[in-house]
Design a protein around this ligand. Structure first.
Ligand code: GLN
Length: 484
């Protein structure tokens, strides 16, 4: 492992800083240099806030000198997906519609990172309004997979995943509505965690599909992801869906305790079909490793898995079309969006402000919600969602956690799926069910940290899911795997 500061984990960097071998200014400077030298090729960022980051780093160093440091994230550089609001910094959601918008307040998760002393280095690229699986739907730039620049980083949080994989931040935040943290984490070879729905406040996240969206961390390790999660989790009166439970405390307890011997289920529906041979092989090795760690691994069935994609692509566009209705060209406007009649303004704003995928989802969502079709589509999708959720409830009567692949393939080539929306949608087939059921789900690289990926051997991830609010169990299993 290289001793370059930018290659450290959060835990390692914190130790170096505590022992006086490293300052936050040195660490943050190293990360900013890396961003500057790699932005042209990788394109992970939309906005870099270098001056504010160095100022925050100096403040962290001053706290450490005076013995008042704030805990595991103090002085650690973190990147933020550009659909989360950071006060005074532009927030675009990678949409031309929001190109000139500057956030007037901090999202709750941002406030929590700041209070913990984390240093925000910038805002990362994404698929427009977080709809996509490759970051190719961004209206504001291209992000490439740092391991092979001809391949996509995944999406929609492709910039956050690429930034962490390429040592341009020690951790990042993303959002996950149908897989947008876990799929890019798998494609870039980093840890990505989607918390239980309600575990992390969504206040200040630009809403996509409100019954599915969750904010969560990317990091080099599951242990670091747990640290970031514990910092951002917890009840927030500004989000009516946020839970009052002490998920963060559970994580600290679980990580301090040794690992339990659990029963882990592998849903047979996830292993059939179009799993690429290298993904199937890596998954077998992951299964064997969990067995060798003393867990009992059994087969289970989630019989309604085949409904997930269709169900998601009704509910998600329906909610997205409602949430995106606010971008009317008046309250938020793309450049040159003034003048003309009201109708002309709407048409101009939505015509030039939104990209093709966003328009597709709005049309689809508006259709499934329209009178006469509501029962046939939206109502049916809600019933299917209940069946999918019940499958998980029944499985969790027999097993403590589930183990699955994250994606059917490794990172695909740029342009390979951009003209075929359905092919693109299929890359989230294993991640969407956790959003429909609200479950915590972690994506972790199968290979050990420090593995050199080449164009012909791209990263492969696996996924751990558990019942709602068993976030600590998911993270504990991930930490056990990576530290074994
Ligand atoms: N790729 C999925 C979609 O396009 C999921 C996106 C997400 O999780 N934000 O909707």
């Amino acid at each position: 492992m290289s001793s370059e500061p930018r290659n450290l984990t959060i835990a390692e960097a914190q130790r170096e800083m505590r022992e006086g071998h490293l300052t936050s200014r040195e660490l943050v400077s190293a990360v900013l240099e890396r961003i500057a030298s790699r932005q042209g090729e990788v394109g992970a960022f939309i906005t870099v806030t270098a001056d504010a980051a160095l100022e925050a780093a100096d403040a962290a160093d001053a706290r450490r000198r005076s013995g008042s440091e704030r805990g595991p994230l103090d002085g650690i550089p973190v990147a933020i997906k550009d659909n989360l609001l950071v006060e005074g910094v532009r927030a675009t959601a990678a949409s031309k519609m929001l190109e000139g918008y500057v956030a007037s307040y901090d999202a709750t998760v941002i406030g929590r990172l700041r209070s913990a002393g984390a240093v925000l280095v910038g805002k990362t690229n994404l698929d427009e309004f977080a709809m996509g699986s490759s970051t190719e739907n961004s209206g504001l730039g291209v992000t490439r997979n740092p391991h092979d620049l001809d391949r996509v980083p995944g999406g929609s949080s492709g910039g956050s995943a690429a930034a962490v994989a390429d040592a341009q931040a020690l951790a990042a935040l993303g959002t996950d509505t149908g897989g947008s943290i876990r799929q890019p984490a798998a494609f870039c070879g980093v840890a990505g965690f989607k918390p239980t729905y309600g575990a992390v406040s969504r206040s200040g996240a630009i809403a996509l599909a409100s019954s599915l969206d969750q904010i969560g961390p990317f990091a080099k390790t599951a242990r670091d992801a747990a640290t970031v999660f514990a910092t951002i989790a917890g009840h927030d009166p500004l989000d009516a869906t946020s839970s009052k439970g002490n998920v963060a405390g559970d994580v600290a307890d679980a990580l301090a305790r040794g690992a339990d011997q659990l029963t882990i289920g592998i849903p047979r529906e996830y292993l059939s079909g179009d799993l690429a041979p290298e993904v199937a092989k890596a998954f077998e090795e992951v299964r064997a490793k969990f067995e060798s760690l003393g867990h009992k691994v059994v087969e289970v069935s989630l019989p309604h898995t085949n409904l997930s994609l269709a169900c998601y692509y009704i509910i998600q566009p329906a909610e997205a079309s409602s949430n995106l209705a606010r971008y009317d060209g008046i309250r938020y406007a793309p450049p040159a969006g003034t003048g003309g009649s009201l109708d002309e303004r709407y048409l101009h704003a939505r015509g030039v402000g939104f990209g093709a995928e966003t328009k597709r989802r709005i049309v689809l969502g508006t259709f499934v919600l329209s009178s006469g079709y509501y029962d046939a589509y939206y109502g049916k999708a809600q019933s299917a969602r209940t069946l999918i959720t019940r499958d998980f409830d029944e499985a969790f009567e027999k097993v403590d956690a589930l183990l699955t692949p994250v994606t059917p393939t490794t990172a695909f080539k740029r342009g390979e799926k951009s003209s075929d929306p359905v092919a693109m949608y299929l890359s989230d087939i294993f991640t969407i069910p956790a959003n429909l059921a609200g479950l915590p789900a972690l994506a972790l690289p199968a290979a050990p940290r420090g593995t050199e990926y080449a164009p012909d051997s791209m990263p492969i991830g696996f996924q751990i899911m558990a019942p709602k609010f068993a976030d600590a169990r998911v993270l504990r299993l991930g930490v056990q795997y990576e530290e074994a």
